[in-house]
Design a protein around this ligand. Structure first.
Ligand SMILES: [Cu+2]
Length: 274
């Protein structure tokens, strides 16, 4: 522990969070847990790496062929202590990684019974639609446009608003092919699968602007499938909802707009249609 403390004391912030994005620190109620799993895993893996590298170099140096030696060196096999060591240690590591992953995954995937904010996100080639269920308003975007310098014009990206310190449920859907809903600094993404609903639950804890993108290659303009998340105060959130209402964007953009209308269970026959 002493050695670890000394080593970590000399670390930069970037190293302490395992080179994950710095804005992710405290971004949601889950990010610290995810960073913890990531960093601890790397510390364990590096420790295993150091032991392995030292043993390789030690064996190569100490047991190298000396001048004048001929024939094979002494052949060793069935070394029980070593065989037990390299069976047990990986087993402990695998069980450990599995256990901590399950622990954190269970915590992160825990549904929120009565979320303050309920949002339905549709992925569609190549942008996003956001339905705000409680407010009964929606926003729909277009794929990223180029600004004058050829860079992405961030002002034209669709924006998802979230109120800070309130519990959020996001229902994740697709209108066409598999996309993936990823808010980079929230350190979490989830596939958007046609005819299937996935969910994400979290509480944003830090006001700010975060980048979102599609993380599943979905076609020609996949790389333009970007959005912005703005975590704002409740007042500003309500203002934005009122603004959408003023623009006439009331109601929900539901599955009526899905590309695939002939999925099993929808009652479609496929006859007389194409
Ligand atoms: Cu996509």
């Amino acid at each position: 522990m002493g050695a670890v403390t000394v080593i970590l004391a000399g670390c930069t912030q970037a190293q302490l969070i395992g080179f994950l994005p710095e804005d992710s620190v405290g971004a949601t109620n889950h990010t610290d847990r995810i960073t913890g799993l990531w960093v601890t895993s790397w510390i364990v893996l590096l420790a295993v790496g150091i032991v392995t590298w030292v043993l390789i170099i030690w064996a190569a140096v100490v047991y190298r062929r000396r001048k004048g030696q001929t024939g094979f060196p002494v052949q060793l096999r069935y070394n029980m202590p070593i065989e037990i060591f390299y069976t047990i240690v990986p087993l402990i590591l695998v069980i450990g990684f599995f256990a901590f992953t399950v622990r954190d995954q269970t915590e992160i995937e825990q549904p929120i019974a009565d979320p303050d904010v309920q949002i339905e996100v549709y992925g569609q080639r190549w942008s996003w639609a956001f339905n705000y269920a409680h407010e009964d308003v929606y926003e729909v975007g277009i794929q990223a446009q180029e600004g004058e310098s050829g860079q992405v014009d961030t002002d034209q990206l669709p924006v998802l608003y979230l109120p800070v310190d309130e519990t959020v449920e996001i229902k994740i859907e697709s209108r066409d092919v598999i996309h993936s809903f990823w808010i980079v600094d929230f350190l979490y993404k989830k596939d958007m699968i046609p005819a299937r609903s996935n969910y994400m639950y979290f509480t944003p804890l830090k006001e700010g602007e975060y980048d979102g993108k599609c993380a599943e290659l979905c076609g020609e303009y996949h790389s333009r499938m970007l959005f912005t998340v703005k975590v704002v105060s409740r007042e500003e959130y309500d203002e934005q909802m009122a603004l959408l209402r003023e623009k006439g964007q009331t109601g929900q953009l539901d599955s009526t707009y899905d590309l695939n209308q002939n999925l099993p269970g929808t009652g479609a026959t496929g006859e007389g249609e194409n």
